[in-house]
Design a protein. Structure first.
Length: 324
């Protein structure tokens, strides 16, 4: 355990530069006293670790010191090869770089690990696009990638749902969601998300900026998508579902609605009640009508009446009199 922890501390320092004792303690699940002892042990072993004092201090390796990549387990080697996603890497302009890195890694690995890692890539494939959808190929993705890497301010003409806007912003990260690329950027001290396919024109300026040290891209994206989901589902409906309807509703619902849906036990007739988060009244009515006669809206009354109105209009359209 201690040897593994020492290696983890060493590779963390190499990857991240300055790291506090508290961060190392939390990452390795040990006390601060244990981290202090581990740092002393690394120093005694000849590893050039030195400390920087003060509120922004911590530990770092001597500039230029590098740890050789060895000691990989079979699972670690497999994970490294599996993480090289050819589609997204090519979108970012890194396809050739990724291929080159994988070749170098394969050469450095022992023969048994090399075979295991290659087998992993031959058996698993990640497709980020939803069924019946197409992945986007935004025109400005590579330029934005360069701006993110080099902390360059960008100016863009952006198409919102309502109008075009000219925006100057600081790009902090990229997210691939359901086959679409998004830019997370800081604009006037607010963290905002932009769909890159909606960027009409882009200028990468020579002006640079300092990214916020405490910014966590994954945490920001999780919080913003959860907030958007909640905004898109402000209402709740109470419905009755047949056996088939209860089976099919989760396929029609959003993930947010499914996580918060409450389904009761079947009654004597096999039908069961459920409460379901929904969007607007019209949107919910349209979604529920996809289940046809396998669902009955109980509440709210406004939604029940709209479903009845839409169903009546459909009957009128398809009635023999109307068709004739």
């Amino acid at each position: 355990m201690r040897a593994s922890r020492l290696i983890n501390i060493l590779t963390t320092l190499q990857a991240r530069g300055l790291v506090t004792a508290t961060e190392l303690s939390e990452e390795n699940g040990v006390s601060l006293r244990t981290i202090y002892r581990d740092i002393d042990q690394l120093s005694l072993a000849g590893i050039p670790v030195y400390s920087e004092r003060g509120p922004d201090g911590g530990y770092r390796l001597l500039d230029g010191y590098r740890v050789r990549l060895n000691g990989l387990s079979t699972k670690e080697a497999e994970a490294l090869f599996l993480s090289g996603l050819p589609g997204p890497a090519a979108d970012l302009g890194l396809g050739a770089v990724m291929a080159s890195a994988e070749k170098k890694l394969a050469v450095a690995l022992p023969e048994d690990l090399r075979k295991s890692a290659s087998a992993m890539r031959s058996r698993f494939h990640l497709d980020t696009v939803a069924w019946f959808g197409e992945g986007e190929q935004p025109a400005h993705l590579e330029a934005i990638t360069d701006a993110v890497w080099n902390h360059k301010v960008i100016r863009m003409r952006y198409q919102t749902w309502r109008k075009e806007k000219t925006i100057e912003t600081q790009p902090l990260g990229l997210v691939l969601k359901g086959g679409a690329w998004y830019l997370v950027a800081r604009s006037r001290d607010a963290m905002l998300n932009y769909r890159i396919a909606r960027i009409l024109d882009l200028i990468v300026t020579d002006e640079t900026f300092e990214p916020p040290r405490d910014f966590d891209l994954a945490a920001h994206w999780g919080e913003s998508t959860e907030r958007l989901d909640a905004e898109m589902h402000p209402n709740v409906a109470r419905v009755r579902l047949s056996k088939w309807g209860a089976q099919m509703l989760p396929y029609f619902n959003s993930g947010y609605a499914n996580r918060r849906m409450e389904m009761g036990e079947p009654g004597p007739d096999g039908w069961r009640e459920a409460t379901v988060p929904t969007g607007s009244t019209r949107q919910a009515a349209t979604e529920f009508l996809r289940l046809g006669p396998e669902i009955e809206v109980l509440e709210p009354q406004e939604l029940r009446e709209m479903v009845a109105e839409m169903a009546a209009k459909m009957v009128a359209i398809y009635s023999p009199v109307h068709s004739g």
